[in-house]
Structure formats: C-alpha cells, structure tokens
Ligand binder design. Structure first.
Ligand code: BEZ
Length: 225
C-alpha cells in the first residue's frame, strides 16, 4: 500500500492498483471485488458532511441504473466503519435512499494515497489532525481492471450523477461499436465513427454514415443499445 510520499501516478490506461480494505459490506480484495464487472470507485472527504450526504444518497438512488449497466459501485470515506454505519442511517433519513453498496473505511488514507485522492496543497481542506482530506475522485474501471476515466472535484463541489452515468454509457457504447461520442452526447444521439475505421469500411459496418468531413463521420446506432 502506498504512503503519502509514494502516491503512484495513475493515468487513463493504468491498471487499477489492488488493495485490501475493510468496508461496510465486509473485508475486500479490490481486484476480487472487480471480478469481471465495471466498477466505479468514488471518494469522499469525510462522513457526516453535507455535500457527501447528498452524493451518497443520489448514488444509492441510482444503484439500479448502474446495476443495469453491469457496474458495481464502491465508495470511500476517510473514517471508521462505525462512523460509516451511523452515517448510512443518516443518509437514509435525509435522502430516503439506502446505501447498499460497500463504503471503504479509509481512516488512515491508505487507499486515498494509493489512488492519489489527496489535494496537492489546500490548507483549508484538512481534518482535525491537520491531515489533508480526500478529494471527490471518481475512477471508472473496466472488467480488465483498466482505469478508463478519472474525475476530480474539490470538496466544495458535489458531483453530477448524470455525467457519471453518461460516461459509463459512452465507454460501453464505444467499446461495443468502435465509435466515439461527441460533445454532450447522451444515449440515442448520433455517434462518431472511430477514426481508425476507413470510410468505405464504415459504410459496410454502420447503417447510415453521414460524412461531414473525412475525419468527422456520424452514424446512428440501433435503439436497443
Ligand atoms: C461536504 O461534503 O459537504 C464537505 C466535506 C469536506 C469539506 C467541505 C465540504
């Protein structure tokens, strides 16, 4: 496990580092937890904080949407299991949603350091002992354990759950059809033929190819996706 000074540089395409941790659903080995699913690992600065409470309630509400896409959710907050258990009750009170996915108890910031989830330097963003809070990171990990997207938000800004779902939809659509997705794409919108596919081949693969420029070719995908 990494220390504060040994935080690995994780990039898109890196293998998600493995770790063992205590969670609200029991101890896990992260790679075993991933198995052959997509995983979204997201961190919180601290339990019983206002923005995090709204975020976890919303992720719990959307859990069936993630499950439909074969995505396992796992949260992390830099507190103990006991603290997490009490907070989950509060989240249910406040948002009406039960957090039924694991939350990692990362009081010592071990996973936070391993995943570089700490501010560079924000002296206002520390706990009572002066240790930097974890930031709001979101790691999108595919079934091969490859990190496909990383989002980082400051403590002051709650995440956008629709964007998290949209990114999963884009990644899964891209993998399945060899397409890329344009600005503000949502499922059902036109997609872009991957640059590696020649236009002649694209015309054979996709039902209708709209050539705007040789490098910008739109197509539509069947609704069932
Ligand atoms: C929050 O979740 O509301 C929060 C957590 C840490 C610092 C600031 C806000």
């Amino acid at each position: 496990m990494a220390t504060e000074v040994e935080q690995p540089r994780l990039r898109l395409g890196s293998i998600a580092p493995n770790f063992k941790a205590e969670t609200t659903k029991g101890p896990i080995d992260f790679h075993e937890f991933i198995g052959d699913s997509w995983v979204i690992l997201f961190s919180h600065p601290e339990d019983y904080t206002p923005v995090c409470t709204t975020e976890l309630g919303e992720m719990a509400r959307l859990a069936p949407e993630f499950a439909k896409r074969g995505v396992k959710l796992i949260g992390l907050s830099a507190n103990t299991l006991d603290s997490h258990e009490g907070w989950i009750k509060d989240i249910k009170d406040v948002t009406g949603s039960l957090v039924d996915f694991p939350i990692i108890a990362d009081k010592e910031r071990k996973v936070a350091y391993l995943y570089d989830m700490i501010d560079y330097q924000d002296t206002t963003n520390v706990d009572e002992k002066g240790i930097a809070f974890t930031i709001r990171s979101v790691f999108f990990i595919d079934p091969k354990k490859v990190i496909r997207t990383i989002l980082s938000y400051p403590a002051s800004t709650g995440r956008n759950s629709a964007e998290i779902l949209r990114i999963i939809d884009s990644l899964q659509t891209g993998d399945k059809h060899k397409v890329t997705t344009p600005i503000n794409w949502v499922p059902g919108d036109k997609v872009i033929v991957h640059p590696s596919i020649k236009t002649d081949d694209a015309k054979k693969i996709f039902p209708n190819v709209e050539i705007v420029k040789p490098y910008l070719r739109f197509t539509t995908l069947p609704e069932v996706d």
